[in-house]
Ligand binder design. Structure first.
Ligand SMILES: O=C(CO)COP(=O)(O)O
Ligand SMILES: O=C[C@H](O)COP(=O)(O)O
Ligand SMILES: [Zn+2]
Ligand SMILES: [Zn+2]
Length: 330
């Protein structure tokens, strides 16, 4: 058993309390490789922002769970080396079993998500409760989820997602003892968050997404006042990166995300954690494609992964400074 405390990591408790009171959100950025981790940490250190490093099941399979964990744990030292000791959470994203959550807790994660949102309600409660009991014995915080996000990556079609039912949240939080709750109010995973037919078009012919269900969020807040809420699927899908990708041979069609204005609005509510992954994937892909297309003789990976890292860093900086409001809060 490795305790996250010995590694200099923190859980989400204090961070969410401050984020709630200060009306900002903690960034939760997924990472799968070294350049991405460097970009996240250097951006957050420079901006003095706390950060949640998220590791998905897919990331553990891709990068090797042990290697990835040591990288995230090493980020604490890396941040200090860069000159500032920001609070860093190591979080399991979309944990799908008790065993996976337990393994992460025992290897030094400070926070886990148990995503039982696809299960019948009582099974979600039971599984989440079981994870909470184990996690809290180690002072690890737990995120649960109610409601199913739409999205290609979840294999849930736009028609088959379910918004969070506000009438369930109080019972769920009470019975499970979770520390935060992910809800479904219209965000979704990936770079195609809405179908064109759900959108309108602006004067330039760009898709304009339908509004998020802030009414559901408000209803949730009334029922569990002061309780930290999490938004998944919160990439904004920057159109300049989509255009760069398509200009240099990519084929992203109808890519559309959550307007940053909506995220800014969410930060002033009980939303304390905002998950962003796809935007960094787009930033990385755009930068790599640009180098490949404009410097075809280049074959040193540092010459394309370096620009990709710079471009991701600019994205993370923008998010913490101009969208989530977490800059200066570390
Ligand atoms: O929710 C996420 C990770 O859990 C990421 O969402 P995006 O696909 O919108 O970046
Ligand atoms: O929730 C989805 C995250 O973007 C992680 O995605 P992944 O499972 O492909 O690593
Ligand atoms: Zn889910
Ligand atoms: Zn998610």
């Amino acid at each position: 058993m490795v305790s996250y405390k010995e590694l200099g990591l923190v859980n989400t408790k204090e961070l969410f309390k401050k984020a709630f009171e200060g009306k900002y959100a903690i960034p939760a950025f997924n990472f799968n490789n070294m350049e991405q981790l460097q970009a996240i940490i250097s951006a957050c250190v420079e901006e003095r922002s706390p950060v949640i490093l998220q590791v998905s099941k897919g990331a553990r399979a891709y990068a090797n769970e042990t290697l990835l964990r040591y990288m995230a744990q090493g980020a604490v030292e890396y941040a200090k080396e860069l000159g500032y000791n920001i609070p860093i959470v190591l979080h399991l994203d979309h944990g799908d079993s008790f065993e996976l959550c337990k393994a992460c807790i025992e290897s030094g994660f400070s926070s886990v998500m148990i995503d039982g949102s696809h299960l019948p309600y009582e099974e979600n409660v039971a599984l989440t409760r079981k994870v909470v009991e184990f996690a809290h014995a180690h002072d690890v915080t737990v995120e649960g989820e109610l409601g199913v996000l739409a999205g290609v990556e979840d294999e849930v079609s736009a028609e088959h997602h379910t918004y969070t039912r506000p009438e369930e949240v109080e019972d769920f939080v009470k019975k499970t003892g979770v520390d935060s709750l992910a809800i479904s109010i219209g965000t979704s995973h990936g770079a195609n968050k809405f179908k064109p037919e759900q959108c309108t078009r602006n004067a330039e012919g760009r898709l304009v997404p339908p509004p998020l269900r802030f009414d559901i969020l408000e209803e949730v807040e009334k029922r569990i006042p002061g309780f930290p809420i999490v938004l998944h699927g919160s990439s904004s899908v920057p159109q300049d990166d989509v255009d760069t990708i398509n200009k240099y041979g990519g084929a992203l069609k109808d890519a559309i995300g959550i307007p940053e204005e909506d995220l800014r609005h969410a930060t002033t509510s009980a939303v304390c954690k905002i998950n962003i992954d796809s935007d960094a994937r787009l930033a990385m892909t755009a930068a790599v494609r640009q180098v490949f297309a404009t410097k075809p003789a280049e074959f040193d990976p540092r010459k394309y992964l370096g620009p990709a890292r710079d471009h991701m860093k600019a994205l993370y900086t923008h998010k913490v400074k101009n969208v989530l409001g977490s800059a200066g809060k570390a």
